[in-house]
Design a protein around this ligand. Sequence first.
Ligand code: 8HG
Length: 294
Amino acid sequence: MNYQIIEENNRIIIKNMEDFEPKHIFECGQAFRWQVEEDESYTAIHRGRIINVKRDGEDIILSNTNIDDFNNIWYEYFDLGRDYGEIKSKLSHDPILKEAIDFGKGIRILNQEPYETTISFIISARNYIPSIKRSIELISQRYGESIGSYKGKEYYSFPSPQTLASADEEVLRDNCRVGYRAKYIVNSSKMIYNKEVVLDRLFELTRDEAKEELLKLPGVGPKVANCILLFSLNKNDAFPVDTWVKRVMETLYFKEETSNKKISQYAEENFGSLGGFAQQYLFYYARELGIGKN
Ligand code: 8HG
């Protein structure tokens, strides 16, 4: 972890940046708003800013930004204070994880915004990533604010809890194509807006206390809660078991059908505080290679 920051012409260059592969980070399943461009860079909107990210040799280039936003927003969002080399070397003692890490070696876990992450993973239940992405885009276009355009495309912020608390369920269902999850989006947004669940306070709680709070929200079960904990609340030991993680664990570890409870226990005992990272390398590996399918 030995990089240097340079600011020039509305961009930040992170020199000699290891453990940061845009494709791995933005296509590993944790985030839904990153769009790939023709030059293989990725663009997204976060906290009202449009940013473009590209690898250039040994360096990472963050375009459409400046040093203040780098210090105040991007350093934390891209988890730049964490040594992924160390995490990978610890997890690589497990030969199965070593394979998964070799495959997705540039993954980092983003620190996303809790409300947007909550609604995104409510939408993700029994859903496919392309259709989750489409719904989030449609919700942002309809209910968010236009922030501006970049490379010819218009970008919209994710709406506030107040806005989605008063959204029309039919519009969400039919126009934003979230199906039966429309009522969960509206009712969870109401509870968040009314401060029945205060997302920003969950940072201070333990993983299990924070999970208990999240489970109060309609549409949030244990898997969705674990995704919210890991991707937006800094709970790195959360280990969401979805279809892909279940398949990869059954195929490569247990060699038989295994309950989610047993898989979670195994993760807790063997991956411990690094469970969330192990989960992400496994999820990306399993989904990209179709491990355990059929
Ligand atoms: O990054 C993810 N990890 C896990 N474990 N599950 C995920 C991730 N991303 C994602 O969308 N899911 C779940 O997979 C939600 C949904 O059930 C399904 C979509 O492919």
